[in-house]
Each structure stands twice: as C-alpha cells, then as structure tokens.
Design a protein around this ligand. Sequence first.
Ligand code: ZN
Length: 320
Amino acid sequence: MALETPGLHHVTAIAGDPQRNADFYVGTLGLRFVKKTVNHDDTGTYHCYFGDEEGTPGTNLTFFPWTEGGRQGEFGSGQTQATAYLIRPDSVEYWLERLESSGIDVERDERFDEILLRFSDPDGIELELIASSDAESAATPWEDGPVPVDHQLLGFHSVTLAVAEFGPTETILTDVLGYDLEAETDDRRRYRSGPGGPGSVVDLVETDAGRGRMGVGTVHHVAFVATDVEEQQRWREAYAGQGLSPSEVIDRKYFQSIYTREPGGVLFEMATTGPGFTADEDLEELGSKLVLPDRLESKRDRIESQLPPLEGPTADSSGD
Ligand code: ZN
C-alpha cells in the first residue's frame, strides 16, 4: 500500500531572544507553552514548543532560540517561506484587531478563495492566519489562554515552501509523501494529502533568490506525521528509493523522528504521533519547568547555568 502522511506534525524555526519569542507566541498568538527543554543536539540552546492545550501533532511551532551572536538567516530557496495557522472565518476581524493593537503590521490578502492575514513574528519569521469555511479543528482549546476559545488558532493550515523549481520537490511530495496537486496559479502550486483537514496542505512557490541560509528568523525544518516506527522504516525506504539519504530513527522523547533533506533543499522530518508531551509532565503542568532527557538530568545544574533566563508561560501580551 502506498504511503500517505495525513499532513504536518510540527514546524521548527530559529528564534533570537527566547523571552521575546515566548511572549509573542503565548501572549499574542495565544498558543500554549507546552514544553520547555533543550536542543538534544546542543544543550546550550532551549527548545521551546508552542501548541494547543495538549501539544497535539499538527498544532506545534517549536523554536531553537539562538541568543547572543546567533547568526541571522537569509531567505532563499530551500526554505519555508510562510507557516500558516487555520482560523475560523468569523475570527478574521478579531485577529486583525488583536495583531494591530499589538503594533504588528498585518496585510490582508486572499488566496485560493480564502482570506488570509500575513505578518511576521519578532524575528522576521513569516506567519499567516488563513480563514477556512471548513475549519474543522484538530486542536484542543487552551481554556486558560489569553485568546477566547472561539478565536484560538485551530492548528496548521499549511506551509509554503520556496524552491528553485517545482519539479524535484513536487516529486517527493507526490511520490513519497502521498500529496496530490490540488490547484495552481502562475506562481504557486497547492498540494493536499489524505482526507484533507487541518495541516494537510503544502504550497510550493518558485524563487530565484538563490539558496537560503539557515539562521535566526528562518524555519529549520518541517515535520510530517508518521503513524509509528514501523511506518517510519517504510518512509526511509521510500526516500532511499528517490536517491535520498534519510537518517536513522532518532528518539526525540515526545516522538520518534527521521530526517531527510529533500532535493529542493528543505529539511523534512517524519515524526510519530506518540508518545506526546505528557511523556514527562502532567497535562496541567506542561511547559511550566525545564525538562531534560534522562541522559542529561545529571548535568542539569551546568545546563541551567548556561541558559538565559526564560519565564514562561507569559499569558499577557507585552504589546511591543
Ligand atoms: Zn522536528
């Protein structure tokens, strides 16, 4: 049977100051700070996860905040141009007002008959809120969040990936990940996976900007849902069949992951749906303290002393 991902699992980006990052995603966008840990591959850097109340796959934007001297990224091919969350059509005015009153420049636009709001986070990462009339949500509302439940973000709508040419990335989307071309305009192709719904869309745009450079203000990788580790082995074979070199399965504690650089230059991850963020914290406590993988627990004092201060979650917007 052909493999097919239901869609996006999480998106991971590089931020600058971690406090400013958390204040924006929690205080302004109303996502819950569901996990505060460190980059398992670089323990001097936080890894912060923001999502719905439970950190459901398909709702989580995660960040490596590179403080002090973290090099700025440069936009170009092989990068995620925009990450889009789904909102209800009657939330458009709410969000326009909320963002503008926080001093954020918001552009209102329309794409494939859907209204969207476009703006950047404090580090320049481009975000979109897209209103869809079939906005069926995969997200669990965060009852204690700063955004009224009716207007909260409903998980991902899509990502837009910028590539030098459609062809090579399109082949991976359709022949490996199970996406179908659904619509296109002069400069954009839209692909949808599986039965549709939140997070099932990937858009490709072509850019002649040259290869982008990863750094602060850019997305590090895009993760798609894989059911389990057995399925991941089949994804590995499928990627290898395209001449790519997927990683081994890596234990990320909250999910298992494999990574592949697709030919357009974007780093793709396949992440399992479980065990999820309650693997090491109770649901009520998610994100309330720094958690470390077991192998790093004995080094906690040193790790904590090397990290900048980060209070969180912050429930009210600082307005800057
Ligand atoms: Zn990831």
